[in-house]
Design a protein around this ligand. Structure first.
Ligand SMILES: [Zn+2]
Length: 277
């Protein structure tokens, strides 16, 4: 829909541009036809000039509003960090987000929360979204049945609720909805939806999960996208030190490209796909 509107506006601008050029040609033509001392023609010419000025003003206004339409249809980046809370790495990530005044989303592992409650409180206080990423993060426990997966998520929800008094309803499957151990099914989606939970995979992968020790420059390169809506997968786990190093440049890239930074909430459209069998 947005594309259609922008396209129409573009065409209108092109037409108006042609119109202006035509009017200028006309002025030159008129000027040449005015004989010196021909008072009536000069009077007419002055009137004509004021009409032209008016048209130019209208055209400029149109251009201005079009630019504004473009500006309000900003592209969106969701920075997401999995596998926290995790001590200094998570703290450093929070510091960078704060310094850059951008929100993010943290998919938290319930079993890691004990003793790191302050990090959870800080995420919440600084406007980040808290999401569920199971209790154990263990494939064999999570993917043995739909019910065991749900139980892990609800337990993580309760663990977060006991600290900040909110029950997150957004979740991310450990290793993604479709991993080498498990493929998401309609029955799983139905069960999660019945429990008011929403599913968020990613559409851009920094690569810091598969190989946390790879160079920050690789994560920076992988993280660059020009999609209208980027859901970027990153990690704030204990081993994610190079993600901390990469983050400032990743934020800069999206700021330089005019993206709006948002945290996932219950109104964010879900992101997951069924694998073809
Ligand atoms: Zn994970």
């Amino acid at each position: 829909m947005i594309f259609i509107i922008l396209d129409t506006l573009k065409k209108r601008l092109i037409l108006l541009n042609i119109l202006i050029k035509f009017q200028f040609l006309h002025i030159i033509f008129l000027y040449k036809t005015i004989n010196e001392g021909d008072y009536m023609n000069l009077k007419f010419f002055k009137k004509y000039i004021s009409v032209i000025v008016m048209i130019i003003t209208i055209t400029n206004y149109q251009m201005f509003t079009t630019i504004n339409v473009n500006a309000t249809e900003k592209k969106i980046i969701y920075l997401t960090f999995d596998d926290g809370p995790a001590g200094k790495v998570t703290k450093d990530i929070l510091d960078i987000l704060k310094k850059n005044s951008v929100p993010a989303t943290f998919f938290l592992i319930g079993d890691q929360i004990k003793g790191q409650e302050d990090l959870i409180k800080r995420m919440y206080a600084e406007g980040h979204s808290l999401g569920l990423h199971s209790m154990s993060h263990k494939k064999n426990r999570l993917y043995s049945s739909n019910e065991s997966f749900l139980k892990e998520m609800l337990n993580a929800q309760e663990a977060i609720n006991s600290i900040v008094g909110i029950k997150p309803t957004i979740l991310r499957f450990p290793f993604g909805c479709n991993n080498n151990y498990y493929k998401i099914s309609q029955s799983m989606v139905d069960l999660l939806h019945q429990n008011n939970l929403k599913i968020y995979d990613w559409n851009t992968d920094s690569g810091d999960g598969a190989n946390p020790n790879a160079s920050p420059s690789l994560f920076i390169k992988n993280s660059r996208s020009d999609k209208d809506c980027v859901l970027l997968l990153m990690h704030c786990a204990y081993m994610s030190k190079n993600s901390v190093k990469a983050l400032p440049d990743i934020i800069k890239y999206y700021k330089d490209n005019g993206y709006e930074f948002k945290a996932i909430d219950e109104n964010t459209p879900e992101e997951f796909h069924f694998m073809k069998k």
